[in-house]
Write a protein that binds this ligand. Structure first.
Ligand code: NZQ
Ligand code: ZN
Length: 389
């Protein structure tokens, strides 16, 4: 096991009706809130009214900024920074999914910075603090409700970039599985794929002697597969929704990634796809991950065979573990298809036109490699994207 620091300050409040605690949780931090949300799902479901009532009941003043789009845009972040400065906002309350939370995080770090907030995402500066952030989560997926990361799209230059810094963890996150009943099946499946991918990015490691986190990863992945079928069969199955919601947080608050090298090249490649084609992050991952696996599995056949056996119950072929490894990749593709995800770029109407551009962007024109399980050059990325066609 490698040395590590783990610090997660986010208070999680989980269960039915917890959104009604938004006011009191905010009040404990400040008296003026930026209420940040997306394109209207929270108004349709009635969640908006409950959150506003809770703020009012607690005597918390608020200003609104709506309109966060999936793959959240830098332009709205900049608007949010101006509002926070003008209105002397004490904290941000993000009501939504990863996009709303990530947008709130960008606003929260931008407020304290005199330069362009995009500098943080380009690695030109590092944030030292963020406005306190509270979350009411509506879709289990990105894990941003407890992660130290934010991903923003700069629409002017078609770049989607992530920022990770310990100060980006929220103060509190309210998780009510019932809030996810209104999710369209496609969004539920995108979320499931994303959380599963967050575990795989950690599971495919080169670090030896990490039995505990290996087994934790396998538990999360097995649970997600099992509960995914239940939740899609009955979207109002509270138990299944609860398991999926908690799995989404566990998958990405990094508890299961402590002490081990991680990969993250599939995420890097997917971000280039969604930067250009604006696809849902989870759907992009369902296409990239199996292609990445086919490209890299020979680096450690035993690890892929173990994945197949432990997560998808594939019989372990001790004579030919490669067969087991390949069956595992096929089982993962089957799972993605079963839950309604695309597994090829062509299913998202994406052809080979921008493969060169995407491979170039993710590797800095070929200047650096990506990934930890296997270091990938620009040519490797091109090969993976071709496998995904
Ligand atoms: O905008 P509204 O109207 O709210 O609709 C949203 C949106 O269209 C809808 N939705 C959310 N909750 C709903 C609902 N519809 C009905 N009922 C509900 N309860 O779902 C759509 C997708 O929402 P979004 O927030 O975009 O989804 P997700 O949570 O998957 O977030 C995706 C973003 O997170 C980034 C992704 O790259 C992407 O930009 N990621 C962030 C990470 C992090 N901060 O740690 C890590 C991830 O790997 C990921 O990259
Ligand atoms: Zn992700």
């Amino acid at each position: 096991m490698e040395n590590f620091d783990f610090y997660n300050k986010t208070k999680i409040v989980f269960g039915k009706d917890v959104e009604n605690k938004a006011g009191e949780e905010c009040k404990a931090i400040g008296s003026k809130v930026l209420l940040h949300y997306g394109g209207g799902s929270i108004k349709k479901s009635g969640l908006y009214d409950r959150v506003v009532k809770s703020l009012k009941d607690a005597g918390v003043d608020y200003v609104e900024l709506a309109g966060v789009k999936p793959n959240p845009r830098l332009s709205l972040v900049k608007e949010g920074i101006q509002i926070c400065r003008k209105e002397n906002i004490d904290l941000i309350l993000a009501v939504g999914g990863g996009s709303v939370i990530d947008s709130a995080k960008a606003i929260g770090v931008g407020v304290h910075y005199e330069g362009d907030v995009w500098d943080f995402y380009m690695g030109k500066a590092s944030p030292e603090k963020m406005l306190p952030l509270g979350v009411v989560l509506t879709i289990p997926a990105a894990g941003s409700e407890a992660s130290p990361s934010s991903v923003i799209s700069n629409e002017e230059v078609q770049l989607k970039k992530g920022l990770t810094n310990i100060c980006l963890r929220p103060e509190f996150s309210l998780l009510n599985p019932e809030l996810t009943y209104t999710l369209p099946d496609y969004q539920t499946a995108c979320g499931i794929t994303d959380m599963f991918a967050h575990v795989m990015e950690r599971y495919f490691t080169t670090t030896k002697g990490v039995e505990l986190s290996d087994r934790l990863c396998e538990s999360v992945m097995k649970t997600v597969v099992h509960q995914a079928y239940r939740v899609l069969k009955d979207p109002k199955d509270y138990t299944a929704r609860s398991e999926i919601m908690w799995a989404g947080t566990i998958a990405h608050n990094d508890m299961i990634g402590c002490g081990r090298s991680q990969d993250w090249s599939s995420h890097g490649i997917e971000h280039e796809i969604s930067a250009i084609y604006d696809v849902a992050h989870g759907a992009g991952l369902a296409v990239v991950f199996p292609a990445w696996m086919k490209h890299v599995y020979t680096n450690n056949i035993g690890r892929f065979a173990r994945f197949a056996h432990e997560v998808f119950n594939v019989d372990y072929d001790f004579e030919k573990p490669e067969r087991t490894a390949l069956e595992g990749i096929a089982a993962l593709e089957r799972f993605f298809k079963d839950i309604g995800m695309p597994v090829r770029l062509s299913e998202m109407d994406i052809d080979d036109k921008n493969i060169e551009t995407m491979a170039s962007k993710v590797t800095g024109n070929g200047a650096h490699s990506i990934g930890g399980f296997k270091e990938l050059s620009k040519d490797d990325v091109k090969a993976i994207l071709k496998l995904a066609l």
